[in-house]
Structure formats: structure tokens, C-alpha cells
Design a protein around this ligand. Structure first.
Ligand code: FAD
Length: 312
């Protein structure tokens, strides 16, 4: 049975949800082994070994791996790939930072953003911003795969009893150093795992208007906040709010698009959402073509009104 190595995304304390979807994808290819590379990450290792279906957890605990610097993690993975047939990562920013380096070092093609596993080496993946689905087959001896998190159910975090094995990595490759992280602290759910998302577009005018219009509606619904690229580029909200082809791919139960036109690159990031609700003053806006519910209205009337009604 092929052995599949899955990179565990974590913050040295807890596993990020996206890992669980990658585990499900890996379980459809072969036996699941995990790699936890971190520093002081014993709690992560414990949780990792309990994920349903996991056979083994490799652990590299070293300060060099504290911040998942891809220059340090990639050589460690390449070493482990001598005993594995495929390397699988979630398609998060960190996953997408590590996988191509591993593919290059192994001299194999990366298979990006898989949506399904069709056979031992056959997968589907989106192309043309999700307007077509390609079936791809690898002819490489070893595979490097990134997994679209919204396309696979999350593996059960409990029920497994994987063995734990320490591995010595090469440590600091000396190619990069961690300078700092500016993480926007928010009480709101994360975009990737939110059940409801309220997203705003260019129509929100500026950062202050975005905040006073979108945030109250999101907070009333317990929703995460997202944005179009135009809103991010104009500085209304930080870059990690961006949804779309060059932002995050999301599929919440409910997606509320406010003042977003529905450009193809935005749709690529949200069109698999359960129920799409659009508020736009232009009835010709393309967002209405994918919306389940549409309101043709000025958002500056509609959104405060809706928020007030929801608050009862
Ligand atoms: P606009 O297209 O300007 O739309 C604003 C909308 O607000 C309009 O429909 C208008 O009718 C409506 N409106 C205005 N005022 C009001 C009002 N008072 N009340 C109600 N409605 C109002 N975009 C992304 O979002 N994500 C991506 O990842 C992404 N990646 C890209 C990658 C590439 C390579 C390229 C070329 C583009 C990418 N884009 C992406 C940009 C994309 O093409 C669009 O430019 C962008 O999505 C437009 O954002 P928007 O809908 O907020 O703005």
C-alpha cells in the first residue's frame, strides 16, 4: 500500500483545520503518515496521533521549524520522501509555500489543488479559474499534491492511534529567518472554516465605511468577514480577507456578497458556497447569475436595515 506523508499545519499548540481535509484526501491514496515539524509542539503531536486513520506521526521538534519556514521544512520532507510515495499538503499559504520546493527538490511535477482522487495516481483539479475541471494523471515515481480544503470532508480528529517517531531534520538551512508576524486578532471565525461569510467589495468606499457597514452585519450573524480583491487593493481590509482566484477559496453554508460585482476571479473563490446572497444596486451585476437570493438595492440602505432587523 502506498505511504502518504501529510504535512500538518499548526501553530505549535493546535492543528489547523485545513490539515484534516488533506488527511481525508491522503486516505484515498494510501496509508497516512503525518509530519509535525515545529518547536515545543508536543500537544500538536498528541492531537495528530489521534486523528482517525493515521498510522504514524513523524516529529521534528527544533526551533528551526517553529514558524514553518519553507526553506527549512522542505529538505526535511525530501529526506522523509525516501520512505513515502506521495507528499500531501492543504492548499493554505504555508502549504503552497512548502509543496513546490519539495517538488523541485524531488524533480517531480506538483499536482495542485486537487478536488477528488479518481485512482492511485489520477485526480481532478480546477482549471480556467474553476470553469473547467481537468483530470490529471501523474507519471512520476513520487507525487507532491496540494489539496483544496473545501473539496474534501474533514477527517475525524479523534479515533486514531498513530505511532510517534522522532526524526532529525537538517535544522536551519540558513536561507531565511523569521522576522515577525502581524496577525489580526479577531473574535470572528476564520474564513476557511466559517459557516457564514459576509464579504464586501469596492462599493464600500473606504476602510471606515467597510468597518461600520459590514462588521455589524457579520457580528450579528456570527460570520467571518471577506472581501473582493478591489476592496483589499484599495486598503479597506488586510490582504488575508481576500476571496477568489488569488485569495482564499471558501465554501460556507451562506455567503453574503455586498457591493461585489461577481468578476470571474471572485467567483472562483466562493461559487461552491451553499446559499449565495447578493446585494448590489446594479441588477445586471454578474453576481446575480450565481446568487440563490438577490437584492437589487443600495447597500447603504439595505445592510444597516438588515442588521437592525436581525438584531430584532
Ligand atoms: P467592482 O467590480 O468595482 O464592483 C463593485 C460593485 O458594487 C458593482 O457591481 C456595483 O454595481 C456595486 N455597487 C456600487 N455601489 C453600490 C451601492 N451603493 N450599493 C450596492 N451595490 C453597489 N478579484 C477578487 O475578488 N478576488 C481575487 O482573488 C481576484 N484575483 C484576480 C486575479 C487576476 C489575475 C485578475 C486579473 C483579477 C483578479 N481579481 C480578483 C479582480 C477581479 O477581476 C475584479 O476586479 C474584482 O473582483 C472586482 O471587485 P469588486 O466586485 O469589489 O469591484
Amino acid at each position: 500500500m502506498p505511504k502518504i506523508l501529510v504535512w500538518v499545519e499548526h501553530d505549535n499548540a493546535a492543528i489547523k483545520d485545513a490539515t484534516l481535509a488533506a488527511v481525508t484526501a491522503a486516505s484515498q491514496i494510501g496509508e497516512i503518515h503525518l509530519i509535525v515539524a515545529g518547536s515545543g509542539c508536543a500537544a500538536v503531536v498528541q492531537s495528530a496521533s489521534r486523528i482517525a486513520g493515521v498510522a504514524k506521526v513523524h516529529v521534528a521538534d527544533d526551533t528551526a521549524y517553529a514558524n514553518a519556514l519553507p526553506e527549512n521544512v522542505a529538505p526535511l520532507i525530501v529526506d522523509l520522501m525516501r520512505q513515502h510515495d506521495a507528499f500531501v499538503v492543504p492548499d493554505t499559504s504555508n502549504g503552497k509555500n512548502i509543496a513546490p520546493r519539495v517538488a523541485a527538490l524531488l524533480d517531480v511535477m506538483q499536482i495542485s489543488d486537487i478536488l477528488s482522487v479518481e485512482g492511485p495516481k489520477t485526480f481532478t483539479r480546477p482549471t480556467y479559474a474553476g470553469n473547467a475541471i481537468a483530470i490529471v494523471q501523474s507519471s512520476d515515481a513520487k507525487m507532491v499534491i496540494t489539496v483544496r480544503g473545501t473539496a474534501f470532508a474533514k477527517a475525524r480528529p479523534e479515533g486514531g492511534s498513530g505511532s510517534v517517531e522522532a526524526v532529525a531534520g537538517g535544522g536551519d538551512a540558513g536561507l531565511s529567518s523569521f522576522v515577525g508576524a502581524e496577525i489580526a486578532l479577531s473574535e470572528r471565525p476564520e474564513l476557511a472554516s466559517a459557516k457564514v461569510i459576509v464579504a464586501g467589495g469596492r462599493a464600500l468606499k473606504d476602510a471606515e465605511t467597510f468597518k461600520t457597514t459590514i462588521f455589524p452585519l457579520a457580528d450579528t450573524l456570527g460570520a467571518a468577514v471577506g472581501a473582493s480583491r478591489a476592496a483589499v487593493d484599495a486598503g479597506y481590509v488586510p490582504n488575508d480577507y481576500q476571496i477568489g482566484q488569488t485569495g482564499k477559496i471558501v465554501a460556507p453554508d451562506v455567503y453574503i456578497a455586498v457591493g461585489i460585482s461577481g468578476a470571474i476571479q471572485h467567483l472562483a473563490g466562493m461559487k461552491d458556497s451553499g446559499t449565495i446572497i447578493a446585494i448590489n444596486k446594479d441588477e445586471e451585476a454578474p453576481i446575480f447569475q450565481v446568487a440563490d437570493l438577490g437584492l437589487v438595492a443600495d447597500l447603504f440602505d439595505a445592510v444597516p436595515h438588515l442588521t437592525q432587523k436581525l438584531r430584532g
